[in-house]
Design a protein around this ligand. Structure first.
Ligand code: BES
Ligand code: ZN
Ligand code: ZN
Length: 495
């Protein structure tokens, strides 16, 4: 679907299906609403006076049908609440909600009046985000095609400023949409080799250096743990390194690492029906990294950034790694595999060692759909963050409050680090406590591979990577979680 969004200073735009305007609490018309009301001969105020439900509160939306000779079919009135109650995030949500109303009313063209530049840009962003659809495998169009919004014209006294803010927001939204496409792609189409090529095709034209490390080179470089996870699969593993050099020549980069398990069967510790169906999403962390890199390049961020993603399929065959195998890692620490389904941490540790030793980044944030335990702990609403640096955590948290991606800090502690130590190898890939504190022991396993002086945060996105919609066999949808907040944090503190 192609939607054209534009910003204009023109005070009155005629001939759209639907006009949109804000009304404050107690049905006090905003300046824009008052102007429109006058132009429409007082229809809006008369309509508001005759009904009781809409009072101008936040989250309210009312459709006012206009007479046949009016320039629009209807006016949608949204509640602005008290004074400056609505924040940019509320306007973004409003944009999303408007898309629902456009859909149900069959609106193809709309004009929206809003004189606040940031609010106007946020509404436009919410609308744009709702245009995302993943339908590339549909061969048959629906019998009754949905009527989609084709044109949205936003009338704003500060139109140039609104457009500038919107253009900035859209860079991150493009990153989000790419991540959604990657996560939604099934594992028979997106496997390590095809995924690596896809990253190259998407990012190279934007000026990002993309280096694909194949399985032979991985062996030479010492990606032992990652290779062990992949040894049972027909598809060979890959590591992809992405470099965006927008900062000063010698400045240390910011570092991002992502888990890219293109399908997680659980391996010989096979996942049961009910747990396996969504496991194409197990590369969600890597998709976030790819999305952030795209965003940085689109907005020509003045920063050096390196992203490393470990791509692999966790499959079953006569060659699969087995529980009780003792494997090596790039850092040289040996690991007893107690559960082949705790594969994400094995993939991540080699990429973590690689990025720290090769690039000495200012910080490393890794993202991974790492544990079911984080969903038990925090629900699908929050992403769990484990950070060894208060400042880094503070910056992530502050950015997340602006973008609405909810984070909650979780503990790193010696008890968990000890819990993954092993009597016959250096470490084991799950805690001796088993399910107890599963998200914390997974994080502490990663912590064993964080080198002295590295500022690091691990984001467990198992709960937030996809909308679970409560039903195992309902179609799942990717969220693109984390891109906006990482992009914001980088912009605010590292450019
Ligand atoms: N990919 C899963 C975690 C996951 C669960 C992601 C649900 C998304 C939704 C991970 O590889 C895994 O299986 N973890 C195990 C670890 C356990 C064996 C120690 C888990 O969480 O059960
Ligand atoms: Zn697993
Ligand atoms: Zn996994």
């Amino acid at each position: 679907m192609t939607l054209a969004i534009s910003f204009t200073k023109k005070p009155f735009v005629k001939d759209a299906d639907t006009a949109v305007v804000g009304v404050c609490v107690d049905n006090k018309l905003s300046d824009e609403a008052e102007t429109l009301d006058k132009q429409l001969g007082g229809v809006i105020s008369a309509f508001l006076a005759r009904q009781k439900k809409f009072t101008g509160k936040k989250n309210q939306l009312l459709s006012v049908t206009l007479p046949a000779d009016a320039p629009y079919i209807r006016v949608l009135v949204y509640g602005c609440g008290k004074d400056d109650e609505l924040k940019p995030l509320d306007f973004e949500k409003l944009g999303e909600k408007l898309m629902g109303a456009y859909g149900s009313s069959g609106t193809e063209t709309s004009v929206l009046f809003c004189d606040n530049a940031e609010a106007a840009a946020s509404i436009a962003l919410g609308v744009k985000s709702k245009t995302y659809k993943y339908e590339k495998f549909k061969t048959k169009k629906e019998d009754e095609p949905e009527i989609d919004l084709q044109k949205l014209e936003i009338v704003c006294a500060k139109a140039p400023e609104a457009l500038k803010i919107y253009d900035r927001y859209v860079c991150a939204e493009e990153g989000v949409m790419l991540a959604k496409d990657l996560i939604n792609e099934p594992a028979n189409h997106l496997y390590p080799e095809s995924y690596a090529e896809r990253i190259k095709d998407e990012l190279k034209p934007l000026g990002i250096e993309v280096e694909i490390i194949d399985d032979k080179k991985m062996k030479k470089l010492g990606f032992h743990a990652h290779l062990a996870v992949g040894q049972g699969a027909a598809y060979p593993p890959r590591v992809v390194v992405m470099r965006w050099n927008g900062g000063k020549a010698k400045e240390a980069p910011v570092g991002l690492v992502g888990k890219g398990v293109t399908f997680d069967t659980g391996g010989l510790n096979l996942k049961p029906t009910g747990s396996i169906e969504n496991m194409k999403c197990d590369m969600g962390g890597s998709a976030t990294v790819v999305g952030v890199m795209k965003t940085l390049a689109l907005r020509k961020a003045k920063v050096n950034a390196v992203g490393v993603v470990g791509l692999v399929e966790n499959a079953i065959s006569d060659r699969s790694y087995k529980p009780s195998d003792i494997i090596n890692s790039m850092a040289g620490k040996t690991i007893e595999v107690l559960n082949t389904d705790a594969e994400g941490r094995l993939v991540l540790i080699d990429s973590l060692t690689y990025i720290q030793r090769t690039y000495k980044p200012q910080f490393v944030v890794n993202l991974a759909t790492l544990t079911g335990a984080i969903i038990v702990a925090l629900s699908p609403e929050f992403c769990g963050v484990f950070a060894n640096d208060d400042e880094l955590w503070g910056r992530l948290n502050a950015a997340s409050e602006k973008t609405g991606e909810k984070l909650w800090r979780m503990p790193l502690h010696e008890v968990f680090r000890k819990d993954v130590e092993n009597p016959i190898a250096d470490l084991q890939n799950m805690g001796k406590m088993g399910r107890w504190g599963g998200a914390c022991t997974a994080a502490s396993f990663l912590e064993h591979f964080i080198e002295e002086g590295t500022k690091w945060a691990h984001m467990d996105i198992a709960g937030v990577a996809i909308k679970t919609m409560g039903k195992t066999f309902a179609p799942q949808q990717a969220n693109g979680f984390g891109i906006k907040l990482l992009d914001r944090m980088i912009e605010e503190h590292y450019e």
